[in-house]
Design a protein around this ligand. Structure first.
Ligand SMILES: Cc1cc2nc3c(=O)[nH]c(=O)nc-3n(C[C@H](O)[C@H](O)[C@H](O)COP(=O)(O)OP(=O)(O)OC[C@H]3O[C@@H](n4cnc5c(N)ncnc54)[C@H](O)[C@@H]3O)c2cc1C
Length: 491
């Protein structure tokens, strides 16, 4: 295993000399070592232990980053890439100090939208809100695929961490939608990966259309949590915006009724997404404080965005949806479907917010703490996951906040227990529950994403040793001095 010893960042060079060098590279206005500036980068909403960085720098171009990497390699100084720090996994907390590189402030341009091959070429700091506004203003016939994350969080951070979004039932993990990357590696090399690899010094804007069929080096950067290099450009796929939209609300009266629904609907190729959650989450999303479920209420509900090119196509999709529900109910489930917009008119128009992604779900931030066990999940285990986590929530007296999805035509699922908590009041209780839920879910085969290092430590006990050896080899080869985001995956 790569060493995890606490390191003395300034063993080989004094802090003053590091500061002078950073000012030389980035300019005085774009470097800080002041505690008041560093503090926000030392923590996030989660339970992960805070740690202060020594410096924050704001880069503007590749030349500066190449110089930084060469310097940090020479003196073994950690570099923590950061775009907006909204990963909900403690992944940008500088566990070993060093330099946080904040891409969000200056390297945040939408460089190109390719209308023909439907992709956007982005700098790492572009946010979901920024991309949405740009598309609506200039390319209203195209859409991106958005998570339930706030509009100020980053698109590139999300795809690099295999995010899951409101087209998940169609396209699956957001990592699959990356067409190409530009990255700076530990040796200061600037590499372009994907169809953009032609051209010595630069690629044409219209050349970022695919990542195949050459050897797929992109995997060296996906889910590595900034441990293998700095991404400076990323091309992500866009999709045609379909004119007819008829979202549905599905209600499940049996505890595990949604499991067969997710599997059947996923493979039917009729929905963009199924965002299924326990009714407590649904109540939270419409702003009910401290939501609880009353005994006669359904335990789960799902919002199902559906879109089509014509009314006829939409009607055909709805017919298939209703057939699936009828078949399942005949076999013993108790599932009901309602036109979501009609429901929202009756209930509260605020309920439509969930389709206006990336919308800010303020109630998720109601407390000082937010964390989750977010996992890719084997969909045939959904029933067991729901039942076993339900028992644990009950045991700890915490209302169940589960969120499930079906991905990529039914090939796999998402299972995500969510926890809002008061950091200085009930963190210990929540962390205990989170740990127990993590153990149960990992035992059932779930693979957590955006994984904090205390969970990767658990994973390491179960992972095939051959995988770990290969992972260590790749990390060492890509980052021999362990300067890139050290501590992630216990490196
Ligand atoms: C309330 C809330 C709800 C959310 N809901 C969802 C959801 O439904 N679905 C979903 O998928 N996500 C969700 N998220 C997570 C969020 O979408 C993404 O994790 C986030 O967008 C990542 O982007 P970021 O800018 O915050 O990245 P950061 O947190 O800044 O960085 C993420 C990781 O990428 C690395 N990194 C950053 N920049 C670079 C770079 N230039 N080169 C190399 N590595 C880099 C960092 O070191 C870190 O490891 C939610 C987040 C919040 C706060």
């Amino acid at each position: 295993m790569t060493t995890t010893n606490q390191r003395n960042v300034f063993e080989k060079i004094s802090k003053d000399n590091v500061y002078s060098k950073l000012v030389e590279i980035f300019g005085k206005d774009y470097v800080t070592d002041k505690k008041v500036d560093l503090y926000p980068y030392s923590q996030d909403m989660t339970e992960n232990k805070p740690h202060m960085p020594d410096f924050v720098v704001i880069p503007q171009n590749n030349e500066q980053l190449v110089e930084l990497i060469n310097f940090c390699n020479e003196f073994s100084i950690p570099i923590v890439p950061y775009t907006t720090g909204n990963n909900v996994g403690g992944l940008t907390i500088p566990d070993y100090g060093g330099i946080v590189v904040d891409f969000g402030k200056k390297m945040n341009k939408i460089l190109h939208i390719d209308d023909n091959m439907m992709y956007a070429l982005l700098e790492p700091g572009v946010t979901f809100g920024q991309l949405k506004k740009h598309l609506e203003e200039h390319y209203p016939h195209l859409r991106y695929s958005f998570p339930n994350a706030p509009p100020y969080s980053g698109v590139v951070g999300n795809v690099l961490l295999s995010g899951m979004t409101n087209l998940a039932a169609k396209i699956g993990s957001m990592a699959d939608s990356i067409n190409g990357l530009e990255v700076i590696t530990a040796d200061g090399n600037v590499a372009r990966i994907g169809s953009c690899f032609y051209g010595k010094d630069k690629a044409e804007d219209d050349s970022w259309w695919c990542r195949y069929p050459m050897p797929d080096l992109l995997g060296l950067f996906v889910n590595f949590q900034g441990m293998t290099g700095l991404v400076t450009k990323c091309a992500v796929q866009l999709w045609p915006k379909e004119p007819i939209e008829k979202p549905q609300l599905v209600v499940f009266f049996g505890l595990t009724d949604l499991a067969p629904f997710l599997r059947e609907v996923g493979r039917a190729d009729i929905v963009n997404d199924v965002a299924a959650f326990s009714v407590e989450v649904a109540k939270m999303e419409v702003g009910i404080p401290e939501p609880v479920r009353y005994p006669e209420e359904p335990p789960y509900t799902a919002v199902v965005p559906m879109s089509a090119k014509t009314e006829n196509q939409m009607n055909a999709k709805l017919e298939i949806l209703n057939d699936i529900i009828e078949k399942l109910n005949n076999a013993g489930t108790n599932i009901h479907v309602i036109d979501y917009k009609e429901f929202a008119k009756l209930f509260n128009l605020k309920a439509l917010n969930i389709f206006n992604l990336p919308s800010q779900i303020l109630s998720l931030h109601e407390y000082s703490g937010l964390t989750w066990f977010g996992a890719y999940a084997p969909s045939h285990k959904f029933e067991e996951l729901i039942e076993k986590t339900d028992e644990l929530y009950r045991k700890h007296g915490v209302p169940p906040f589960n969120y499930l999805k079906i991905m990529k035509g039914g090939h796999y699922g998402i299972f995500r227990p969510i926890f809002r908590f008061k950091k200085f009041k009930d963190q210990d209780k929540i962390v205990k529950l989170l740990e127990e839920i993590a153990d149960v879910c990992i035992d059932l085969g779930c693979i957590p994403y955006k994984t904090p290092s205390w969970i990767t430590a658990k994973l390491r006990e179960k992972i095939n040793p051959g995988w770990i050896a290969l992972f260590e080899k790749v990390k060492h080869c890509m980052d021999p001095n362990n300067i890139f985001n050290p501590g992630r995956w216990n490196t």
